[in-house]
Design a protein around this ligand. Sequence first.
Ligand code: HEC
Ligand code: HEC
Length: 366
Amino acid sequence: MKRMLAILASLTFASSLAAKPVYEKQDPPRRLNALQSAKAEANYQKYCSLCHGADRQGYANDHAPSLRSKSLFESGVPHAILRPLSYGREGTAMAGYLDEVGGPMDLDEVWDLTYWLFWQSGAERVRLSENPVAGDISKGEAVFKQHCTSCHGEQGEGVNAPALANPSALAHNKDEFIRYAIVNGRDGTPMKSFYGILSDQDIDNVTAFLRSKARHQSQSSVPLRALPTPEQYIVNPQGADPQFTLTDDMYVSSADLHQALQDKKRMILLDTRVPSVWQRAHIEGAIPFPYYSDLDDKLAGLPKDVQIVGYCSCPRAATEHVIRQLRDKGYSKTAVLWEGIFGWMNLGYPVTRADGIIDEADAATH
Ligand code: HEC
Ligand code: HEC
């Protein structure tokens, strides 16, 4: 009798829950040869480990996600890796690394790094449908408010998790990719599986709600401007030196930097992000000085007696990395912008934008 009941109970349970979707497997992508693999790994350490961690575990800085979760690589290769890696995610610390948009890597390198990450993850690729997921947007919004905002933010802007309402992410992540993450979670990260916690219908509803946040994406590549030459490094070369009071001997506030620029003080501004995002928007006069630069190549034209202020968007990690190296080389008049460039923009201070880039500030919600 007991056994009967148990069987009955399990049958009822099974029938109230649709079977977990089964996905067709896809052939693995090409393998890298030893040389390509070594180069990809070196590129990973040089360009990515600062935020995604030396071991691809994520969360070394800002809320850079894990780059080793099987679930991500099952559902996301190549698009969900290659796209953000090449073109970046507008309004987040994730910049575009492809040379086409002003980044340091060529097309072969971004493909090889994508596949290197895939092979490291040990995942098997699944085939995802291209079809949109149908759902009730307003019901999906209610699900989102109840279950998702604590990590993904009230507006899906990302608090300590990726920005789900991000226009560049939504422009490339298909509905099934989003649903896959919700159904399967991301192993080894705080993103748990919502399978069995939310009904299948609610999973579709919240997917449809996230999709409804997509909007026309601003141009992903902009006409590239020429990089400044050493003669152009100093802002207000005739001005007096600013007298900053640094917090923790390191940080200058946006308000103080803005005031010093208004007072035409003499300074050098270093944009320590990937140059592709400098191309899109930067504080006027700032020079690209990416966090992965070989310092010895970059010091020409960088005098020690001029106040240097660096900034990035993560919001400080990349700049701190650069400024500490400069201090080791005897550059003592150096500081890090506390709020980072998104904080600066959110305070309403001006930036120089590439033609066609108008949205960056409202995308910059964190
Ligand atoms: C300055 C910090 C930083 C660096 C350096 C960085 N990333 Fe990111 N990356 C982020 C953040 C933050 C996000 C999440 C953005 C968001 O909210 O959507 C992200 C997102 C991603 C995603 C999307 C993952 C997902 O789950 O959707 C991929 C793929 C990625 N990064 C790959 C790379 C690679 C490869 C490199 C090196 C070439 C790199 N990143 C360098 C901060 C960084
Ligand atoms: C406890 C925190 C937390 C909660 C609650 C949460 N998430 Fe996540 N979510 C994350 C983290 C962290 C990631 C990134 C994981 C990684 O490192 O790959 C993520 C990733 C995702 C992704 C993949 C995004 C991308 O660009 O790769 C989707 C889609 C997603 N979550 C949807 C949801 C939805 C919908 C809900 C509510 C039903 C939800 N999440 C609730 C923490 C959370």
